[in-house]
Design a protein around this ligand. Structure first.
Ligand code: 3H9
Length: 701
């Protein structure tokens, strides 16, 4: 089948792009578009051309899988130029998403129509690139410099109505799209309209303040810090202002090629594919059908339970929350309503939608209210006895076939499942706080979890707009098990005399949104404290958390009490002076001497344990792939996406280097927390990377 079909609807030629699943602009599509335009030009019957796409979307961009392979002509910018040069009017008919190269094709067309549900954008920056098919030069000509810069630097697509208001779309039409596009084209022909070439439009800069770019950079600082592509994008848009079109295009090409060669782009492309690979579960039979989920039960109305309920309600599910008494139920209701109202106040939903969402939510103090739920998620206090008690009760009220999920962060789900008469229906759904915002969902497959229950959890994750990563049962699953090594080393660094704000700063500069002590304050230091109280103390590890514990005992539990490692007030948080005092005392008690520590060591000490534990998790089969571990860290812990995730980062450092550094710290600090994972040693011996490991496993099925 041809990637582009030519169809003549009387006087209008329609070029149908057909390259499932997202009509990426692969070589065959590029070639097909050029041929189609040439055919239309030569066709005396065709007075104009419509470019449309079959399937679920207009072209979603260049074919990312072709990146890094020898380029094949025609190149995308040449295709766009060929379309624009067409002597007959060309109209783009847009549905789904016109992204990246797809929007660049549309901007090469002389007119654009779109259905209301369409979205248009230049998301290249999310792949560490800038638009490379003249998009940085055409978009400012169509929508102005400010809107273009915003779209290119954030990568955020805009809906069709906004695109129309900006001048990117000429008309928003109803379905059937192509009939409407052809009708629109005929009105152009009737009005004698000629091709309208975007390249000929001026870039309007009349109202641009002199410090426009500096102010823009300052506003974007948080979003773009540490990244290469956004600065290149800014330079490309500047070129659109300062240079004639043809020279601007040359400048864009140079900047694009620099991005392409930059390691951040490779890391971001890895993240893109890792995120899509994650839903593929090799041993899940292809014919397994997920169960139907319409009604969700949530046990526990605290921050977690309320966040989970909100995420479900926003996805159109009906939710019943159960709490232990009327007061707790009322508090849960208020919390969920608060989250929903926040969206209304931000203008994300209208009043009708707000009340519709509220109507989908009920609270109760009676477990019997969960009898009709298809999925029940437990989010109560993190304690085995408490959880078992909840599951025993759920087992008595839940209907046959209902899925029972626990939101435990650490506990053994096999043990929780064992108290029910239906362990095949039990699994872990580990949300990250705040659960209605954080995108990660660890789906923990217990020993007896049925295949269709796992498939349902994957579909449910997608439905509530989370990235679901499948893990097996172990203490802390993927994310929190790795986290413990990271915060443990931060604790030891503290005792070695490194101020906590310096550790936080080094981790922030590495690219995390915050450092380990800021994270502790945000989550609440009492959470870790209570968990440690429930466990047998580990004498070798305990000193690393003594300062945390003493802060909690002094009432400094983090942000919620106004102080923790930092003191919070009107102005920027300041380090809590109590910390230095506790550090001195605890370091003396543990016999830990002060050392000179470089920023490089801070990063190595915190990040290497992630990699080492990640390798164990992989070898034990807790995670399916190294790239799944990356996804957990990108979405659950804010690992800088442009570094690809901890396992990809390890590959980029070289696993031999990683192993060498782990051995170095083992010699310096003792083997207890610095014994290399056997898989790491094996990969280094074989000269392989984690990516090679994933590839090998995939090939083996
Ligand atoms: C660009 O255009 C550069 C130009 O400016 C200049 C060049 C010179 N290529 O996401 P899904 C695959 S850069 C190849 O699950 P959804 C994807 O891997 C590009 N493959 O679907 C998956 O494969 P599999 C700028 C692609 O409905 C399958 O399609 N464009 C591409 O949830 C389904 O994808 C972008 O950055 C691609 N461009 O979301 C847009 N896109 O089934 C990237 C997807 O084997 N794409 N695949 O796992 C997206 O954002 C989403 O895919 C989209 C659909 C919103 C379109």
């Amino acid at each position: 089948m041809a990637a582009v079909d030519y169809e003549c609807q009387d006087d209008v030629a329609v070029l149908w792009v057909d390259n499932p699943p997202v009509n990426a602009l692969s070589h065959a599509v590029r070639e097909g578009l050029v041929k189609g335009i040439e055919q239309a030009e030569a066709d005396p019957a065709a007075k104009a051309v419509v470019i449309a796409a079959r399937g679920r979307t207009f072209m979603a961009g260049a074919d990312i899988r072709e990146f890094g392979q020898p380029p094949k002509e025609p190149f995308l910018p040449d295709v766009v130029e060929r379309i624009e040069a067409c002597s007959k009017p060309v109209v783009a008919a847009i549905h789904g998403t016109a992204l990246g190269g797809g929007l660049e094709i549309a901007m090469g067309c002389h007119y654009r129509v779109a259905v209301a549900s369409a979205r248009l954008g230049l998301p290249e920056v999310t792949l560490g690139l800038i638009p490379g098919a003249e998009g940085t030069q055409r978009l400012p000509r169509l929508v102005g410099v400010e809107a273009a810069l915003e779209m290119i630097v954030t990568g955020q697509p805009v809906p069709a109505d906004k695109a129309a208001a900006l001048g990117l779309v000429d008309r928003v039409v109803e379905d059937p799209l192509v009939d409407q596009a052809v009708a629109f084209t005929r009105t152009l022909l009737a009005a004698g309209k000629a091709p309208r070439r975007t390249r000929d439009l001026p870039v309007k800069t009349d109202h641009l303040p002199a410090d426009f770019f500096d102010r823009f950079r300052a506003r974007m600082h948080k979003r773009i810090r540490g990244q290469f592509a956004p600065e290149q994008a800014i330079a490309a848009v500047k070129a659109a202002i300062e240079l004639p079109f043809a020279e601007g295009v040359k400048r864009e090409r140079e900047l694009f090629m620099q991005c392409m060669a930059h390691p951040q782009s490779a890391a971001l492309r890895h993240a893109f594919f890792a995120e899509r690979e994650v839903a593929k579960i090799p041993d899940l039979p292809a014919d397994v059908r997920p169960r139907e989920i319409a009604r969700v039960g949530v046990v526990g109305g605290g921050t977690m339970g309320s966040g989970i309920a909100t995420a479900c309600i926003k996805a159109g599910l009906s939710v019943t929350m159960v709490e232990r008494d009327e007061d707790a139920a009322a508090a849960g209701l208020a919390r969920v309503h608060g989250f929903l109202e926040h969206d209304f106040k931000k203008g994300r939903i209208d009043e009708a939608e707000l009340s519709a969402r509220k109507e989908c939510f009920q609270v109760s103090t009676d477990y019997a209210a969960l009898s009709q739920a298809d999925l029940i998620i437990e989010a109560v206090f993190e304690n085995m006895d408490v959880k078992k008690d909840v599951f025993r009760r759920l087992d008595t009220v839940a209907k046959p076939g209902a899925i029972l999920a626990t939101n435990t962060s650490y506990l053994n789900i096999d043990e929780i499942a064992s108290v029910t008469g239906r362990p095949a229906d039990v699994l872990g759904l580990h949300f990250f706080s705040p659960a209605h915002i954080m995108r990660l969902l660890e789906i923990v497959r217990a020993a007896k979890t049925a295949d269709d229950v796992l498939a349902t959890a994957l579909a449910f994750a997608k439905r509530i707009k989370k990235v679901g990563v499948v893990a097996r049962v172990c203490h802390g699953f993927i994310g929190n098990r790795m986290l413990s090594g990271y915060i443990r080393q931060a604790g030891f660094l503290l005792l070695e005399g490194v101020p906590h704000d310096r550790i936080d700063k080094a981790i922030y500069d590495f690219g995390f949104p915050m450092g380990p002590f800021q994270m502790g304050d945000l989550a609440g230091l009492d959470i870790g404290y209570l968990l440690r109280q429930q466990r047998q103390p580990d004498p070798e590890e305990a000193p690393a958390f003594r300062v945390h514990d003493r802060l909690v005992e002094a009432g400094a539990k983090g942000q919620k009490t106004g102080k923790g490692f930092y003191i919070y007030g009107e102005s920027a948080p300041k380090p809590n002076p109590m910390v230095a005092e506790f550090v001195r005392e605890e370091a003396a008690k543990a016999g830990i001497a002060r050392r000179e520590v470089s920023d490089e060591e801070i990063i190595a000490r915190c990040v290497l344990p992630l990699i080492n534990e990640g390798a164990r998790i992989l070898e034990e089969g807790i995670a399916i792939r190294a790239s799944d571990i990356d996804v957990v860290w990108l979405y659950g812990y804010g690992f800088p996406r442009w570094r690809g995730g901890p396992m990809y980062y390890a590959d980029s450092l070289g696993l031999d280097h990683v192993l060498d550094r782990i051995r170095h710290y083992g010699a310096l600090l003792g083997p207890r927390f610095w014994t290399p994972a056997p898989l790491l040693e094996k990969l280094v011996a074989a000269g392989e990377s984690f990516r090679d490991y994933d590839r090998r496993k995939k090939a083996a099925g």
